[in-house]
Design a binder for this molecule. Structure first.
Ligand code: SF4
Ligand code: SF4
Length: 447
């Protein structure tokens, strides 16, 4: 039997007034969560979808109101509700802006779990979601095979044929195809189970979570991360049997699959055979979800405590390096850069100063762009599923970036998805400025 269970049909629920709710009991957005919203509207102008669309239904306050209506039994989980919840990036800029401490991320993830249970998407969408979330992300062999097929396409004459012949345009895939990550020749999967020893005097030991797609696309970033840690006196153990963190599953409404993955990661990272100071990741979305295992498994009597222990150990690589302080690099990076805060680092993990401190420590000067913590529109799979809106959000981001060019010579961020999106934005605008991860910039200084 598959370890990835079918969505468990929840039992019918009642709302806080004791009336029937249109949500079911499992993973229900509860009154305790959404009633903290005082409808002040201070979040509205921080919300990228509200800024682009200008409609209350596509604002944080509007989405919370719709959740309340569904819970009150007055709004069905149907096309309108699904559209407005789907359009949310999950960027959590609204959580940062909210004076009332609304945990919007918890609300929207639960709303999406309810949609997954109660709403039937079109057949093709269901097939694609099943293949991606239930198969490819679950099985690293299948992920590697799919990546090889994509790499073959990217390196064959078929790619230029498809682009030049107009087939992609005809199929409505021209924009999406450009957003596909470039697949690496060497996958990082081969490094899983390896111990990369510290160079010089040992200062600590970490376990590294390598991500899922990051093993096949931008895998050079994973290599740079373990090297940078090693240069800084850290033993890096690339824990065996590790799995996808489940962030994409949780954001798409597959909370049970996210829980299964979380249990697998907890079992392997906390198996007691190794001691380490932190569980390190270089992907903001993964880090944010790994830190949420405590919430995800709060109702699981076997895992709740271990999930809390696991989450307390998780650190973004920039957070970890800023805490231990960098060793003196071999050379300095004397350039002016602009830094884009990844949403899941700035808003979800509240990590803003560490990447900047590290860049300054190696000699970089930071030219702050306007709205530096506004989403770029990537948001995991959002740039595929909500491509048109994602491109509008990216366009606003590129306006902000363009305003600090040419003074800034490099665009730096701290998340692979943002790199992909900003690269696409730079290409669209004809901006000839490279986009790099903080880790890559730092790593170059130690060679
Ligand atoms: S998570 Fe982002 S897109 Fe969604 S409501 Fe909040 S600010 Fe808007
Ligand atoms: S800022 Fe917070 S309390 Fe105010 S409307 Fe937005 S979510 Fe509600």
């Amino acid at each position: 039997m598959s370890e990835f269970v079918q969505i468990e049909q929840g039992t019918a629920a009642v709302n806080a007034s004791g009336c029937p709710s249109n949500f079911s009991a499992k993973d229900k957005p509860d009154w305790d969560l959404y009633s903290t919203c005082i409808h002040c509207g201070l979040c509205l102008n921080h919300c990228p979808t509200y800024r682009v669309l200008g409609t209350e239904m596509d604002s944080p306050r509007g989405r919370i109101y719709q959740v309340l209506q569904v819970d009150a039994g007055r709004l069905p989980i149907a096309d309108s509700f699904v559209t407005h919840i789907d359009r949310c990036l999950g960027c959590l800029a609204c959580e940062t802006a909210c004076p009332s401490g609304v945990q919007y991320g918890h609300i929207v993830e639960r709303a999406r779990a309810q949609i997954e249970e109660h709403y039937r998407r079109p057949l093709l969408t269901r097939i694609l979601r099943w293949a991606f979330y239930k198969k490819i992300l679950r099985d690293y062999h299948l992920l590697a095979q799919s990546a090889r097929a994509l790499r073959w396409y990217q390196n064959s004459i078929w790619q230029s044929f498809a682009r030049k012949s107009g087939i992609l345009k005809l199929l409505g895939l021209a924009e999406l195809e450009k957003l596909a990550p470039e697949i690496d020749e060497r996958f990082f999967f081969g490094e899983i189970s390896m111990l990369i020893p510290a160079m010089g005097k040992k200062r600590g030991r970490v376990a590294f979570h390598a991500g899922c797609i990051a093993n096949v696309a931008y895998s050079s970033l994973n290599y740079a991360t373990v090297r940078l840690l090693s240069f800084n006196g850290i033993d890096v153990y690339i824990t065996p049997r590790q799995r996808c963190c489940g962030a994409l599953h949780a954001h798409a409404g597959y909370r049970e699959d996210a829980r299964t993955l979380a249990r697998r990661n907890i079992d392997t990272f906390l198996d007691g055979s190794q001691h380490y100071d932190a569980i390190v990741t270089n992907a903001a979305g993964c880090g944010s979800n790994l830190k949420q295992y405590g919430d995800l498994l709060a109702e699981d009597p076997q895992y709740a405590e271990r999930a809390r222990i696991f989450s307390a150990k998780v650190k973004d690589v920039t957070e970890f390096l800023a805490e231990i302080t960098l060793l003196e690099p071999r050379k300095k990076f004397q350039s002016r850069v602009t830094y884009q805060d990844p949403c899941h680092l700035a808003h979800a993990q509240k990590v803003r100063s560490a990447p900047r401190e590290l860049l300054k420590a190696v000699g970089a000067t930071i030219i702050e762009m306007p709205h530096q913590d506004q989403c770029c529109g990537n948001a995991g799979t959002y740039n595929v599923t909500e491509n048109e809106l994602s491109m509008k959000i990216l366009s606003a981001k590129m306006d902000d970036i363009a305003s600090v060019l040419p003074e800034a010579k490099l665009i730096v961020t701290a998340n692979v998805g943002c790199m992909l999106q900003l690269n696409a934005g730079a290409q669209q605008r004809g901006i000839n400025v490279p986009v790099r991860h903080v880790v890559e910039v730092l790593n170059d200084c130690y060679y």
